[in-house]
Every structure is written in C-alpha cells, then in structure tokens.
Design a protein around this ligand. Structure first.
Ligand code: GLC
Length: 431
C-alpha cells in the first residue's frame, strides 16, 4: 500500500487524463432517491424527526419505485444537456439501492425487490451519460455506524463494511466514472476511515474513476455545496433544485423556490468561467417520477445548450477575478482566443450596444447561428452597430455573442474610471 504522499503523487500524475472528460462535461445531474422520498420531508427526516429505527425501517416495505424511473431520470438529464449523473446508491439511512450481499437492508430484499443501481447504470448507458455513485460514509441503520467512534472493534467492522459496500458497487456494474462520498462522520480522520487503503483498492478496481473530497482525503475534486464557490483545484458545485431539500419535496412547496432556467444558466456560466462543474439535483417523487417543477427548466436549459453549448462545454481559460463584465451584468467565457458573451441584457440604443473594457479588436463577432454583427473598436470598448432590436435568443433571451480574436484580448474594466482601479483600502485612504 502506498503512503499518503505516494498516493497523492500517484493520483495527481494521472488526474489530467482521468479528468479530461469531466472538465469538459461541465454539467451533471444529482439524483437523491431513497426511502425518505415516501415521506417528502427531506432526506435527513430520520435524524431531524428522531424517528425510532424500527419505525423508519418499515419504509423499506412500502418503497415502490415504478418501472422505468431510472430511464426517466436519464432521459431528462440528457434533454437538459447534462453529461453525467450521480445517484445516491445508499444515503445516510443505510438502505442500499442494489443487490447487496454486504447490506441485507436493500431494494432487492425489501420493497420493489429490484436492483435499482443496475437499472440506473443501464439507463445512463442507454442515454450516453457517464455514471456516478454517491456513497455515504455515515450510516444510521448499521449500529457500528455510531459505535465506530469509540469502539475499536466496531470501527474495524464498520470500515470493512464501507469498503465491502463500495467494492460491490465498483465490481458488479461495469465501468463506473465517479465515486461521490458524503459525510465522513463520526470518524474525523482519513486514518480512522482507512480511506487511504480503501480508496487505493477501489481505484485498482476502476483505474479511471474520479473520487470527490468527502472521505477525508482531498482526492480529485472539491464539492462546494449549495453555493458556487470557485477554487484553484477542480471543483463541482452541488446544488439542490430549490435550496431546501435534496430528497423529494412536493411541488406545491418546492416550485416557488425552484430555479428558473436563467438561474441555472447563470450557475453554468460561473462554473464555465471559473473552471468548475455544476451538479444540479433532482429529488424524485415516492414512485421515482421526476419532480414536475424540474422538467421545463431543465428542458429549456437543454434547448439553450443545444444552440449555445460551445460557450459552456470543453476546455476554457479558468479565471477567478473580474473578467469581462459586459453591459452591466453579462459575463463571458473564454476558450483559447474566443470570447463568448452570455448576454443577459439585449437593449440596443439607436442600433448600438457596447462591450466596454476591450482594447483589442476581434477578427469577427457573430451570434451562435453564425449571423455576423458589425462592430468597431472605439477607444476601450467594442461598439456593436446595426444591432437587431429583437433579442436573438428565443429560448431563454440569453443570446451568446461570439468574438474571435487573433490573440487573447487586452481587457481593462472601466478604464476611464481610475477610481475603480486604484485599489483603495480603508487603511491607505487619506480621506
Ligand atoms: C449534505 C447532506 C446530504 C446530501 C449532501 C449532498 O451532506 O447531509 O443529505 O446528500 O449534502 O451533497
């Protein structure tokens, strides 16, 4: 077994090759589905309502995912323009959605008597989606999930249990692309979890797999949750669809809080501009149906990506600070010498619109359907002329303006306003 430094060096050496598809994919769909969906009060129901274990366990008998629910998820993910899906194979409740010989509390022994993970994997492959398994380290059903914190025997049993569960998942379902750990509680260190040994072993089963940062080892990518917070490393923002619950919440309560397609676009734009991915969640209904309030927004985002996906998918220049702020709130993504402006405000005045800060003239400016836009470089801005009054994007009214330069453009935001560039700070200001 490699030491931690050796392991970290080894996975760093293969990361670019392993992650190239993921870095270009940009957009994944998270699926939180488990016994908790039957109640519809969040996936932490058992803990938050302090439900006695036996009472909660009874939900396993009534768990009834409809036939074809995994295909429904995959079809929506594909329609939305997502390139991968991550399914909660076993959430904190400890119920395995697969034919587990390690965990008898599973969807073959109870409820549907079906291997949902198998159906999920088959659906992902049918719809051309990469496959991710969410795997909670926390377990409320296995008593060792708590005892491991203070009983050495229980810790050894539980870490073996976690290893065996994930061995089943990464052995029995063909090529798996992502292992998405969650909540490494109650043990506080990678050593306690034996994550170094387990992750090395699991990688030997699936050499190309990507592992997230939630087994107390940084592994391949960070996982900001419910916020889009970029970092220098690879990162993926995981977001509920409504800011309330990962697990099912009925539409009447979820819909008012659910994201519009424009809000999803804004998240995708930030992820693209700043070198991350968006993992947007759906919490299927008790029978596995897709929550109705997610369908139209995801479908519209997919229609938009079908036209403008070039501005989101693929290899982009990663930026952190203020990059191109155009016409107020519009932002851009940059691929080589091409700048894509995700234009939130289309309001030509006398047929003109400007993109301030640019001090280099592009070779061409077009809409994504190839329509050329006439322009000139005027001081420190690109002045578009004869701009059509009608918003060119009939889908979400966020037209992308594609600017192709011969070299990375020189850009200084609001260069005529030095007060925006003098880096004032309270302790240096004299007035
Ligand atoms: C938090 C929640 C968990 C959810 C996860 C998704 O860890 O505890 O319920 O699955 O976020 O990232």
């Amino acid at each position: 077994m490699l030491s931690m430094p050796e392991y970290l060096e080894q996975i760093a050496a293969t990361r670019d090759e392993r992650m190239s598809w993921w870095r270009e994919a940009r957009f994944g769909m998270f699926v939180h589905y488990g016994l908790y969906a039957q109640v519809g009060r969040n996936e932490w129901l058992q803990a938050c309502e302090n439900i006695p274990p036996q009472e909660y366990e009874a939900l396993a008998d009534t768990f009834a995912p409809k036939e074809g629910c995994c295909r429904e998820w995959a079809a929506l993910a594909q329609k939305a323009g997502a390139k991968y899906m991550v399914l909660t194979t076993r959430h904190h409740e400890g119920f395995s959605l697969w034919d587990s010989k390690v965990n008898p509390f599973n969807s073959v022994n109870y409820g549907p008597h079906r291997d949902i993970v198998r159906e999920f994997v088959d659906a992902c492959r049918e719809f051309g989606l990469k496959i991710g398994f969410y795997s909670s380290l926390m377990d409320w059903h296995n008593p060792d999930g708590a005892a491991c914190a203070y009983d050495p025997q229980a810790r050894r049993r539980f870490t073996k249990y976690i290893r065996d569960l994930n061995e089943e998942l990464l052995t029995n379902y063909g090529k798996i692309d992502i292992l998405w750990y969650d909540v490494p509680e109650p043990l506080q260190h990678a050593e306690g979890w034996e994550s170094l040994e387990r992750n090395q072993y699991l990688r030997s089963l699936q050499p190309h797999i990507l592992i997230n940062d939630r087994s107390r080892i940084p592994e391949d990518f960070g996982t900001p949750e419910e916020n889009i917070s970029p970092s220098e490393r690879d990162w993926e923002a995981c977001m509920t669809f409504n800011g309330i619950s990962w697990g099912y919440l009925d539409s009447a309560q979820a819909a008012p809080y659910s994201y519009s397609p424009q809000q999803i676009l804004a998240m995708l734009q930030t992820c693209t501009e700043r070198g991350g991915n968006l993992l947007l969640n759906i919490g299927p209904m008790p029978d596995g149906s897709v929550p109705p309030e997610t369908v139209q927004p995801l479908t519209d985002v997919g229609r938009w990506l079908a036209v403008n996906g070039e501005a989101a998918y693929g290899k982009f220049t990663k930026t952190y600070g203020n990059t191109h702020q155009i016409n107020g709130v519009s932002r851009s993504t940059t691929k080589g010498n091409t700048v894509y402006v995700w234009n939130k405000i289309w309001a030509p005045h006398n047929g003109k619109m400007a993109m301030g800060g640019f001090e280099t003239a592009p070779r061409s400016i077009t809409l994504m359907d190839g329509t050329p836009l006439s322009f000139k470089l005027q001081g420190s801005r690109i002045l578009l002329e004869n701009v059509p009054q009608e918003n060119p994007d009939p889908i979400l009214h966020v037209p992308v303006i594609k600017m192709e330069f011969d070299a990375p453009p020189v850009y200084r935001f609001a260069s005529y306003l030095p007060q925006l560039h003098q880096g004032h700070s309270p302790d240096t200001a004299i007035l």
